[in-house]
Design a protein. Structure first.
Length: 133
């Protein structure tokens, strides 16, 4: 079972993502809305993090994503309405998915990320922009 951390400051979006994740058979590591809460919920047990850019404490998403990837080995995908804010990408992270995201797209992205984590050679979903760094 894959454990997924949601980093999103809009409660309804975060709660819906958590419900979808659990409906897909994954485990939620919880919801965080700031750098501090994200780091409190992060652990080596978390496999994937879905990270928004603009959070309750400002545009801390890129820093959170980089720390999760480098400090904990978590696969990070940004889920944001503003993917252009990420420029060419964030070191250690996989890519970005532009909001809004439906259940099918979230499932495709999670399937891809889990396959990558297992070392499988798979093609990314069309809407997932992979980083080149």
């Amino acid at each position: 079972m894959t454990t997924i951390l949601i980093i999103e400051d809009e409660f309804l979006i975060a709660a819906e993502m958590e419900a979808v994740i659990e409906d897909l058979g994954h485990r939620s590591a919880g919801i965080a809305d700031t750098l501090q809460t994200a780091m409190q919920r992060a652990s080596a047990d978390v496999d994937v993090a879905l990270v928004d850019i603009n959070l309750a404490d400002g545009a801390t998403g890129p820093l959170i994503g980089e720390k999760l990837a480098t400090d904990f080995g978590i696969e990070v995908v940004f889920v944001t309405a503003n993917p252009r804010q990420l420029g060419k990408g964030v070191s250690g992270t996989l890519g970005a998915l532009e909001k809004p995201v439906d259940v099918t797209m979230l499932k495709e992205v999670l399937d891809y990320v889990i396959a990558v984590r297992r070392g499988e050679d798979v093609h990314p979903p069309k809407r997932l922009r992979l980083f080149d760094i």
